[in-house]
Write a new protein. Structure first.
Length: 201
């Protein structure tokens, strides 16, 4: 089973949001949908064609990691740059990951600075990426860049954990298949950010 799109008349934003939601469900196998990376990639491309900035980040990430079975750093960078130009600041974090992966540390640091400088205080996606970044630094025993600037996200991370819990309960109430192990692992990502932020500062 794969996520499908209702093509009834909607605003452009509503249509993009619906496509992105279907793409995410296919990518992760959420909401009773079977995991299907190829369908997720197709839907992200469709959303990008409609001008959805977030889709450029997702496509860039799939090219960077090879999740769509085609690992291509040049295409990944091109999509990240376009998404950043369209205002989706998480694309700078995507470029940070890419440059770090290929050993261009100075470029990686510049991208991380742009990411932090352009994030808004209530950006949940930025909060989660900062948490992931700090966790990586602790695992690698390296000094986090701009650690004090990331402290503003502690409360958001805890609130995001509660949001995941409510989504999980909603899926259960609807009788949808839910991967309990995956949920528990995801929930744990959000339970410990305060201690991680404390360790990093």
């Amino acid at each position: 089973m794969t996520a499908t799109i209702d093509n009834s008349v909607k605003s452009k934003k509503e249509h993009c949001d619906e496509i992105m939601n279907a793409a995410s469900n296919n990518y992760w196998g959420f909401g009773g949908i079977s995991e299907n990376k190829e369908e997720a990639f197709r839907l992200y491309m469709q959303a990008a064609g409609l001008g959805c900035p977030e889709a450029y980040y997702e496509i860039g990430s799939m090219y960077r990691t090879g999740a769509n079975n085609i690992k291509d750093y040049n295409k990944a960078l091109a999509y990240f740059k376009t998404g950043a130009r369209l205002g989706f600041v998480l694309c700078y974090a995507g470029m940070y990951d890419l440059f770090k992966e290929i050993g261009q540390i100075d470029n990686a640091r510049r991208c991380w600075d742009k990411f932090i400088d352009n994030c808004t205080d209530n950006d949940h996606g930025a909060a989660y990426r900062c948490y992931e970044y700090i966790r990586e630094c602790i695992q690698e025993n390296t000094e986090p860049l701009r650690a004090k600037d990331m402290l503003k996200y502690k409360k958001i991370m805890i609130a995001s954990g509660e949001e995941i819990l409510q989504r999980y309960l909603s899926y259960k109430e609807q009788g949808l298949n839910v991967d309990d192990d995956r949920f528990i692992k995801g929930r744990l990502h959000y339970i410990t950010p305060s201690s991680l932020f404390t360790m990093a500062t």
